[in-house]
Write a new protein. Sequence first.
Length: 268
Amino acid sequence: MSHPSAGRPRVRCEAVMGTVASFTVYADGLAEEEAEAAIDAAFDVLVEADRTFSTWDAQSPISRLRRHELDFSELSRDILDVIDACAEARHLSRGWFDPWCLPGGFDPTGLVKGWATERAAGILRARGVAAAMVNTGGDIALFGRHRPAEPWRIGIRHPWRHDAIARVMEVESAVATSGTYERGAHLIDPGTGRRADAAASATVTGPNLTLADALATALAIGGEDALAAVRAADGYEAYVIRPDGSEVFTAEPGVMESPAMMAGSSGS
């Protein structure tokens, strides 16, 4: 059996969940077929999440739930887990993330990509991968060390200069970025039902990608009040580029001089 070269990652990109998922996997202790099978299994998690939670698919379980065609007793464990995560995120964000207040009914879109990405990374870890980064459209889950004694460095895309990096941040486990610069004004204020653009770019780092994703969504909607909520959340930090171009941090992030050193980029 052949093994990957020491120190060199195995990289794969796949289209899923309306975006591209990239897998950067350091699996020196695994045979080639074992490493590929681990990536296959991680990708299957994203595919299944898309089937379950796509609001574009009229026959997906989440679409049927939104039409009140499923009873609570019929919900899968995955849907129940996402509902619980949404309730926690609503509490932590002071209500700025609230999928129960969106047009059309319960919509966990602002959290579920991070939830699925985190689960995909968990599959890689369980399969014996030493270190990996899973990046699903700017929601990034990481574990291990891609270089000895060095943290992962993630570039945060500049919201207006598409060829530029606004910051390079040192990240241990998770980073999520939300904003209107790539998909337009798609975020909804749960209090008013109107489109919101309180931040050009809102990035959250922390131990849990599911909650980081939701808090980044909340920041892009709720502005200063949502920023205060992130400050109060244990283990989470935020970096915001306001619509006027000014920047604010909950704590100064690790910043590298050269964007060329980054391991991935975040922006959705």
